[in-house]
Design a protein around this ligand. Structure first.
Ligand code: FES
Ligand code: FES
Length: 133
């Protein structure tokens, strides 16, 4: 629906079964795999996609850090990875590598490997700390 009806093609469809995280969005501020969310449960809640998140300071920081760290190869998983990183940062869900790996554990990348993705997310956490002073 997000892609076909609303034209928001940053959100990807990978497995379609809630296993890969490519379809990640924020529903009422909470990270979800949109492919397994029944439409009826969305009523009254905000839905934030990568198109909105990448315009925020936190989202811009994540996009920049992913590029700098070389964390992007085919790019298919990256919107979902950035959504997961954004949710972690906004919720202050953890800054250690182990906490970041746990936070993105629902998102699969078949190309890059996770070290660069974790490094990029860690750098974006530091950017956020500087912004918040
Ligand atoms: S497409 Fe939704 S989790 Fe894979
Ligand atoms: S960069 Fe290709 S799947 Fe992650």
């Amino acid at each position: 629906m997000v892609r076909d009806d609303l034209g928001l093609t940053g959100t990807k469809e990978g497995c379609g079964e809630g296993e890969c995280g490519a379809c990640s969005v924020l529903l009422g501020g909470r990270l979800v795999n949109s492919c397994i969310v029944p439409v009826g449960s969305v009523e009254g809640l905000t839905v934030d996609t990568i198109e909105a998140v990448r315009e925020t300071p936190t989202g811009q920081s994540l996009v920049q850090r992913f590029a700098e760290e070389g964390a992007v190869q085919c790019g298919f998983c990256i919107p979902g990875m950035i959504m997961a990183g954004y949710a972690l940062i906004r919720e202050k869900g953890g800054q250690t590598d182990a906490e970041i790996r746990e936070g993105i554990s629902g998102n699969l990348c078949r190309c890059t490997g996770y070290d660069r993705i974790v490094a990029a997310t860690r750098a974006a956490f530091r950017d956020e700390d500087r912004r918040r002073g």
